[in-house]
Every structure is written in structure tokens, then in C-alpha cells.
Unconditional design. Structure first.
Ligand SMILES: Nc1ncnc2c1ncn2[C@@H]1O[C@H](COP(=O)(O)OP(=O)(O)OP(=O)(O)O)[C@@H](O)[C@H]1O
Ligand code: SF4
Ligand SMILES: [Mg+2]
Length: 327
């Protein structure tokens, strides 16, 4: 483990909705560390809790959500920080791209106004300097004809261009951390590949730390240094991306890898969808939540929840009583 102080440190984080019927625990005991300039991919199937984690970090959890644990950004505790402090951090220090690409864009405001207003809410700049910075940011995110785009409304842009503009808005005030929740799911395959390439370029140019959410292990594997796999609201595996992709130790991660069309299936597993489903929201199993679907489940798995424990030097950790043998 690095001695360098992390930019982001999440410890024992849980998110629950006690008012829901039945009450839902969407996340439990989540732990992660991210150093400045590094990238972390959050993966897991629908309902695993990826968005709940992505939202909790910048203080954007829905009303009714109870967030517990510790979320430290640059050493500052964000849990129970005031709404005003969180608003000040968001945009300026933490950029956020929501799962719904429309959410970042105000339909009634021109692209240029949205960029310059965001920038001027965090930095003291006159209108002319803000416009120049907006133009530069649109160029950086490779929006063609950027000067003309400043005068356009979001509905005049294609889905791919709208996504690039929302990335520009998230980055215009120069945050050190960008959280992007499934930034490519609404896009077609070619546009999606372009946005992924853009993330790679931006990471390198801006020395950004990135938390990237995806349901596809291959997508985060190509872009991220570290991977964190969520299942039913808990971390089941985390570690360096290359190690997790090449040698998944948790049976769920191995199944996710086998289900990814662009990854070579781990040894012994056919390319497949994962049969069965996660426990329904509000249902907490006593043992391992993956046990009903796991090919290696034994009696102990149904009775006792496996803790997240180190399995290899280099930081790989897995929550499994009987991890897959190292390849
Ligand atoms: N407002 C809410 N009230 C009750 N439960 C909620 C609420 N919002 C989310 N949940 C529950 O939290 C769990 C995690 O949801 P989340 O949106 O984080 O999943 P996800 O991994 O992002 O899935 P997807 O890939 O579909 O985006 C789900 O079981 C969901 O039903
Ligand atoms: S703890 Fe048991 S059921 Fe859960 S993943 Fe490991 S072997 Fe499978
Ligand atoms: Mg989501």
C-alpha cells in the first residue's frame, strides 16, 4: 500500500433508504482509496450500488438516503459537510457526470452560457475570459466547430456531442477528481469508443483522478488503474486492473469477465451471461450474497458473510471463503 496520502478515501461507507418499503440497504462497508491522478473503475451489474456510491462521494445522494461511514477528499471529511460546502466543492474540485447525460444540461440555456456560468461560479473571471476558456474546453473535448456550439441549445446537438459538452461542463473549473457514472451507455458503439478515447486523453492531459462507473469490466479495464467490483451493495473484489482482469479471484468477477464480449473468458469459463439475479432490494442474506448463483458455493457460504481480505501482494482483495485459484 502506498504511503502517499490519498486524494479520496472512502471507509465503511453505507447508504440506506430506511423510509423505503421494505427498507433498502443499497451499500454497506465500502472501502476505497484513490491517489491523485489515478483512475478507479467501479463495476457490477444493474442494482449493485454503483450509482449510489458515485452519488454519495460528492454529496448528491437522494433525499431519504442515510449515508454513514467516512468519505475524505483531500483530507476533508465530506459526510455531514454542509450543503454549501459540498456545493462549493462540486464542480470546482470534484466534477460529476450523472448516469443520465441530460441531467447535466439545462435545456433552456445555450451551451456557452452553461459553460461560462459554471466557470464564473467558481473562479473570478470577466465574461470575455470565461468565453475564451469555454471555447478552449470545447476544443479540448474535441467538439467540432466549437465557436458555433457556444450559441446552440442542447437539443440542437447529437447524443455524442451532448455527452462531450457535459464532460466540458464537469471539467471547466479544473477539478482534480472526475466522477463519471456510465458515461457512454446511451450512445452507439462508435460514439462510445470516441468518448472512451477522450477520457484517456483527458486523464493524461489534465492529470485528473477518475472514478469511472460501468457495468462492463472490459471498459473500465481499458481506462483504469484500479478496479472495484460491487455485488449487492458490497465490495467483492478490488485491486490493480491488470491483475483483476487477468486473474479474477472472486467467482462473480470471473463470471463478469466471461460475460464481457470484449474480454477473453478466464480459464475454464465459457462466454456466458450470469444465470440468476442479485437478492431483491431490501433482502439481506446472512452469508455471501452471491451464494445462490455461485458454482463454488458450500454450506459455509450460505451461513457466514465473507470479509474482504488481501489475497495477493500489490493490493488485490477479495470477499470469498473459497477464492478461485490464482492462474
Ligand atoms: N431512492 C431510492 N429508494 C430506495 N432504494 C433505492 C433508491 N435509489 C436506489 N435504490 C436502490 O439502491 C440499489 C442500488 O442502486 P444503484 O442505482 O446504485 O445501482 P447501479 O449499480 O447504479 O445500477 P445500474 O447499472 O442499473 O445503474 C438498488 O437496489 C436500488 O433499487
Ligand atoms: S463466498 Fe462462497 S458463494 Fe460466495 S463467492 Fe466465495 S465460494 Fe462463492
Ligand atoms: Mg447506476
Amino acid at each position: 500500500m502506498s504511503a502517499e496520502a490519498p486524494l479520496l478515501a472512502v471507509l465503511g461507507v453505507g447508504v440506506s433508504f430506511p423510509g423505503a418499503r421494505p427498507p433498502v440497504r443499497a451499500l454497506a462497508d465500502v472501502e476505497l482509496r484513490l491517489l491523485a491522478g489515478r483512475s478507479l473503475g467501479l463495476v457490477g451489474e444493474s442494482g449493485a450500488g454503483k450509482s449510489q456510491l458515485a452519488l454519495a462521494i460528492p454529496g448528491l445522494s437522494a433525499p431519504g438516503a442515510v449515508v454513514e461511514g467516512s468519505i475524505r477528499f483531500c483530507g476533508e471529511e465530506l459526510i455531514n459537510a454542509s450543503p454549501a460546502r459540498l456545493r462549493a466543492l462540486r464542480g470546482r474540485h470534484i466534477g460529476f457526470i450523472a448516469q443520465d447525460p441530460q441531467a447535466a444540461l439545462a435545456p433552456h440555456l445555450k451551451v456557452g452560457t452553461q459553460l461560462t456560468e459554471t466557470l464564473r461560479s467558481h473562479h473570478a473571471l470577466d465574461a470575455r475570459a470565461a468565453r475564451a476558456a469555454a471555447l478552449q474546453m470545447l476544443e479540448r473535448v474535441q467538439v467540432p466547430a466549437p465557436a458555433a456550439r457556444l450559441g446552440q441549445y442542447p437539443h440542437e446537438l447529437s447524443g455524442g456531442l451532448r455527452q462531450r459538452v457535459s464532460i466540458a461542463i464537469a471539467l471547466i473549473a479544473s477539478p482534480s477528481l472526475l466522477i463519471a457514472d456510465e458515461p457512454t451507455t446511451a450512445l452507439d458503439v462508435t460514439v462510445e469508443a470516441g468518448i472512451r478515447a477522450l477520457f484517456l486523453k483527458l486523464r493524461q492531459e489534465l492529470k485528473l483522478a477518475l472514478v469511472l462507473v460501468s457495468h462492463d469490466l472490459a471498459v473500465v479495464g481499458g481506462l483504469c488503474d484500479e478496479i472495484l467490483v460491487l455485488y449487492a451493495g458490497r465490495v467483492v473484489e478490488s485491486g490493480p486492473a491488470a491483475a483483476v482482469l487477468k486473474d479474477p479471484r472472486h467467482h462473480y468477477t470471473a463470471a463478469l469477465a466471461a460475460a464481457s464480449a470484449t474480454l477473453e473468458a478466464p480459464l475454464g469459463l465459457p462466454l456466458a451471461t450470469i444465470a440468476g439475479s442479485q437478492p431483491a432490494p431490501g433482502v439481506e442474506l446472512a452469508g455471501c450474497a452471491f451464494a445462490p448463483r455461485c458454482p463454488a458455493a458450500a454450506a459455509r457460504c450460505h451461513a457466514e458473510r465473507p470479509p474482504l481480505a488481501s489475497v495477493a501482494a500489490g493490493g488485490a482483495r477479495v470477499a470469498c471463503h473459497f477464492p478461485r485459484a490464482s492462474a
